[in-house]
Design a protein around this ligand. Sequence first.
Ligand SMILES: NC(=O)C1=CN([C@@H]2O[C@H](COP(=O)(O)OP(=O)(O)OC[C@H]3O[C@@H](n4cnc5c(N)ncnc54)[C@H](O)[C@@H]3O)[C@@H](O)[C@H]2O)[C@H](O)CC1
Ligand code: K
Length: 268
Amino acid sequence: MRQAAATLSRLTGILNNFQKRPFHSNSPAGSPAVVKMSFNTLGAKEALELDKDIMSSGGFTLDQLMELAGLSVSQAVYKVHPPSKGDRILVFCGPGNNGGDGLVAARHLWYYGYKPTVYYPKKGKNEFYDRLSIQLQNLNIPFTTDYITALTQTDHILDAIFGFSFSGAVRAPFDEVIDAITSSSLPVTSVDVPSSWDIATGPPLDGPGKNFMPETLVSLTAPKPLVKYFKGRHFLGGRFIPPNLEEKYGLKLKDVYEGIDQVTELPN
Ligand SMILES: NC(=O)C1=CN([C@@H]2O[C@H](COP(=O)(O)OP(=O)(O)OC[C@H]3O[C@@H](n4cnc5c(N)ncnc54)[C@H](O)[C@@H]3O)[C@@H](O)[C@H]2O)[C@H](O)CC1
Ligand SMILES: [K+]
């Protein structure tokens, strides 16, 4: 009883927090119908600024943040699709830090009992992408270039292709990748944003991503404005924001996470 009351109070807290700074729709004509609730969101520019702040005044390094982001993602995957319900997961990694989160998540998932396969066609320049790849190779996690075949041999998908720095129309090779993921009808968990969606205006009106609707989204640090177009299970991860930055960005995350969890599910 006491536990039920505590959970209710926590959910009420989350709702209150995310209603503090409502995001009003500026959806272009013809884009999907608007939302169920108001969220406190971080636009691409704010998310980038917050990232810089955590690494300067916050004292973190990028690979520390990536490790925590990837850990959050792995926990959300486990909550939605535990390995007992299908242990094969195909991890699509893009060239930026979103892809790095995917590499970290793949490692954690392996330790939880999954059989990850990684598609990583454009490696990022930073040397820690090499180190993350070596860590996966040491676990004998396969890297594939044939994602078409891999899609027929997996139970679910982790989309770590693009995050909050994505803009414009999807360029090759990821345009065809997004189309193939969408047509596979497999359950997808997207890291931070559904890849190919505009950070502010959501799914593109045409081309790759038009019909892409992941089953699960793990927003990192704070939801991005595109969440208002998302219909699925929504988690928040990235439990590393210090109180001064929480306050600066109006995030109010204090009671959002429970116990040792690195993610929390947000009401839809
Ligand atoms: N504080 C946090 O929440 C943290 C989040 N992390 C993750 O980092 C990403 C943002 O990473 P960033 O490197 O800035 O960019 P992206 O991964 O989104 O991608 C950049 C990459 O994509 C290319 N690109 C951009 N647009 C297109 C396009 N239209 N077609 C093809 N390619 C495109 C661009 O050239 C770059 O190469 C955030 O979302 C989180 O997932 C950190 O891991 C930790 C801190
Ligand atoms: K993504």
